[in-house]
Design a binder for this molecule. Structure first.
Ligand SMILES: Cc1cc2nc3c(=O)[nH]c(=O)nc-3n(C[C@H](O)[C@H](O)[C@H](O)COP(=O)(O)O)c2cc1C
Ligand SMILES: C=C(O[C@@H]1CC(C(=O)O)=C[C@@H](OP(=O)(O)O)[C@H]1O)C(=O)O
Length: 361
């Protein structure tokens, strides 16, 4: 199997949700880079499970050990490996799931593909537990792109039918940035109470709810990405679809382009001093797969959490009879809330990879 993303800056993931631990190996960090470990911890804390009733009650500190590639407060240029020990596993919750597949989760496909040898406890390697390691790698990538003046921001832009103002128009004032980058979920103050109530209503109904995570990348230099296969959209979508429960990705106006005429959809060029800009940004700062210097804004649709407390029908693999399934385990009622940090991480990873690649050509 392949568990690696990137061309010049690569991240591979390992581990299982209920195994000894999880982690990542990162290659392509320039030698001699100082790491801001506090910033890494801040990002991990933003994603961490077990905070309140809006996330899974599983308690994991998400503290890490760096095993290699880091010496005297600087990266060495060799592969950097970080591990996170799992502590709050409760594997008996999953005892019956080897033969009773959770609808919407990877129990069936994982079992078939790995001929029953997969660690199915807590979803094993398919679990979003591994996104802790992604956030670690993303926090490093974020430091590397910020050194180039490039910034990434994400927000929960929708929960169920509710919507917040999009990055298309939202002014990123200090107050907005502080709110979205604070200790709570990345939700604008004006919609926070409504979003959280919708999540809690779903939880109380023994159910789950979907959401939208929106991202924006600012100050991207002109020229990142290639035509066709390595388009900025292709590369970023590859990363975003790797995040568990992402079922849709769109750039700029996305599916709304269908309702527009060319005269509305085209972003008209003008000169702002020496800088070429566009009056609108429907195309999300990408033309022909290549960044044009305008903000890159995009959305990810997260499906409702598959593991719900409500009884459902499923198949018993040993008897091939349908039975009623009551899922145990501790689950997020809306994965989009914690996923905003994961999307931020993946965006930083892909952006840094594309930036590094552009320097090597
Ligand atoms: C941050 C985050 C947290 C998640 N938490 C849960 C969870 O508590 N329970 C669950 O069943 N799925 C959860 N998921 C989603 C599953 O991991 C995912 O649906 C599953 O691996 C199947 O993959 P797929 O939905 O992409 O097909 C979470 C996903 C993310 C990104
Ligand atoms: C452990 C984390 O989230 C887990 C992601 C997850 C899933 O199926 O993706 C299912 C749940 O696992 P368990 O039933 O073992 O508690 C979540 O708690 C984490 O984010 O660190």
């Amino acid at each position: 199997m392949s568990s690696r993303i990137g061309q010049c800056f690569t991240v591979s993931l390992f581990g299982e949700s209920h195994g000894a631990g999880i982690g990542c190996v990162i290659e392509g960090i320039p030698a001699g880079t100082p790491l801001d470990l506090e910033q890494i911890r801040k990002r991990l804390n933003q994603r961490r499970p077990g905070k309140d009733q809006y996330s899974t009650p599983r308690q994991e500190a998400d503290s890490f050990d760096i095993l290699s590639g880091y010496f005297m407060d600087h990266t060495t240029g060799t592969p950097l490996c970080a591990v996170f020990r799992n502590s709050d596993t409760r594997s008996k919750d999953y005892q019956s799931l080897k033969m009773h597949f959770r609808p919407g989760h990877a129990d069936f496909t994982g079992g078939e593909k790995y001929r029953g040898a997969n660690d199915y406890r807590g979803g094993g390697h398919f679990s979003a537990r591994l996104t802790a390691a992604l956030v670690f790698a993303g926090a490093i990538a974020e430091q590397l792109i910020e050194a180039q003046g490039i910034k990434v921001m994400t927000q929960v832009q929708g929960v169920g039918p509710l919507r917040a103002e999009s990055f298309e128009t939202l002014e990123l004032t200090d107050a907005v940035v502080n709110q979205l980058d604070g200790e709570g979920y990345a939700i604008q103050k004006s919609v926070e109470a409504d979003f959280l109530k919708a999540v809690d209503d779903a939880r109380m109904a023994l159910d789950s709810i979907g959401g939208i995570v929106e991202g924006v990348i600012l100050n991207v230099p002109v020229g990142l990405g290639e035509p066709f296969y390595d388009a900025f959209e292709s590369r970023l979508a590859h990363g975003l679809f790797a995040i568990p429960a992402v079922k849709g990705v769109s750039f700029g106006k996305g599916f709304d382009f269908v309702n527009m005429r060319g005269s509305e959809a085209n972003d008209l060029f003008y000169a702002d001093g020496d800088v070429v800009k566009t009056r609108t940004n429907n195309n999300a700062g990408i033309n022909g797969g290549i960044s044009n210097g305008m903000p890159i804004w995009f959305k990810c649709a997260f499906k409702p959490t598959p593991s719900i407390a409500k009884p459902q029908e499923t198949l018993n693999r040993s008897t091939m009879q349908t039975e009623t399934l009551e899922i145990k385990g501790r689950h997020d009622p809306c994965v989009a809330l914690r996923a905003a940090t994961v999307v931020r991480a993946m965006t930083a990873i892909i952006t840094y990879d594309l930036w590094l690649e552009s320097k090597r050509r």
